[in-house]
Design a protein around this ligand. Structure first.
Ligand code: SF4
Length: 251
C-alpha cells in the first residue's frame, strides 16, 4: 500500500536544515504547540495527497545543486506523524544514493510497540537526524510546548544507542530558556550522548507571529524580543557549539 504525504510546502534550495544545499519538504501536521512556533499554519492534520515516488522525482530535478553533502530533508510540522510516508520516501531516496535528513521534535517517539518498529525502519534509511530540544526542564517544556520533554530525551538516548548521527537544535527564547542554569543542564545532557555531531543555537524571532493572528489566535510571546547578540554568544559558549557568529533561525 502506498502512503500519501500531506505536504505543507517545499524549499528547493534549503541551506539551514542539514548539510549542503537541500530540497526541504515541510510536512503538514503537528501536535506540539510551541509558543514560539513560526509555522502555526502547519499544525492542522490533513489527509495526504502526494505519492513518495512523485515527490522524489520532483526533488531529483535539483540533484545537480546538491554536490557531495546535500540531499533531501523532511521537516514540519512534525514528520514522525507521517512516518510511513517518510520511510517510503527515504527508502526510495537511499536506493538512489541520496542523503536523507529528518528534522523532528521527537515527541511522537515510543519505546516499544508498533511506533517503535516503524521508527527502527525509518532509521535504517535516515542518514542524519536534526533533533530540536526546546527546553531541558520537563515542566518548563510543558509550559512552552504543551508536552513534557520525556519522549524527546528518550528519543535522543535511543538515537545514541544506535549511533545515529544527530544535530541538536535549540531555539533560544529570552526569559524562557536562555537562563544559564538551563543551558548548562542542556549541555550536560548533550555531553552524555556520543552521537551528536553538531549543536545549533537558533535565536528566537517573531517573523511567524502574524500567522497566529491570521489563524485567529493570540500570539503567546507578545512582548518578548529576540535575544541580544550577547545572549546568543553566551548560549553558543555554554552549549559549546563552536559558533561565534550570529545565525539565522528556522523557528
Ligand atoms: S515549532 Fe515545530 S514542533 Fe513546535 S509547534 Fe511548531 S511545528 Fe510543531
Amino acid at each position: 500500500m502506498k502512503h500519501l504525504g500531506a505536504i505543507h510546502s517545499i524549499e528547493t534550495f534549503g541551506s539551514v536544515d542539514g548539510p549542503g544545499v537541500r530540497f526541504v519538504i515541510f510536512l503538514q501536521g503537528c501536535r506540539m504547540r510551541c509558543k514560539f512556533c513560526h509555522n502555526a499554519d502547519t499544525w492542522k492534520i490533513k489527509e495526504g495527497d502526494t505519492l513518495p515516488d512523485n515527490l522524489l522525482q520532483k526533488a531529483k530535478r535539483y540533484r545537480t545543486y546538491w554536490g557531495k553533502s546535500g540531499g533531501i530533508t523532511v521537516s514540519g510540522g512534525e514528520p514522525l506523524l507521517q512516518i510511513d510516508f517518510v520511510t517510503e520516501l527515504f527508502r526510495l531516496a537511499k536506493e538512489e544514493g541520496i542523503h536523507t535528513t529528518l528534522d523532528t521534535c521527537g515527541q511522537p517517539f515510543e519505546e516499544k510497540g508498533e511506533m517503535f518498529e516503524k521508527i527502527e525502519k525509518l532509521m535504517e534509511v535516515t542518514d542524519l537526524v536534526l533533533l530540536d530540544i526546546k527546553h531541558i526542564d520537563q515542566q518548563q517544556h510543558k509550559q512552552l510546548t504543551g508536552w513534557t520533554n520525556e519522549n524527546i530525551l528518550r528519543f535522543a538516548k535511543y538515537l545514541d544507542s544506535i549511533h545515529k548521527p544527530v544535530w541538536i537544535r535549540h531555539v533560544l527564547v529570552p526569559t524562557i530558556n536562555d537562563d544559564d542554569r538551563y543551558l548548562e543542564k542542556l549541555n550536560h545532557f548533550i555531553e552524555s550522548l556520543s552521537n551528536v555531531e553538531r549543536v545549533e543555537v537558533l535565536p528566537y524571532h517573531t517573523m511567524g507571529a502574524y500567522k497566529w493572528k491570521e489563524l485567529g489566535m493570540d500570539y503567546p510571546l507578545e512582548g518578548i524580543d529576540p535575544p541580544s547578540p550577547q545572549r546568543i554568544a553566551n548560549a553558543n559558549r555554554l552549549l559549546h557549539t563552536g559558533n561565534t557568529e550570529f545565525q539565522n533561525s528556522k523557528e
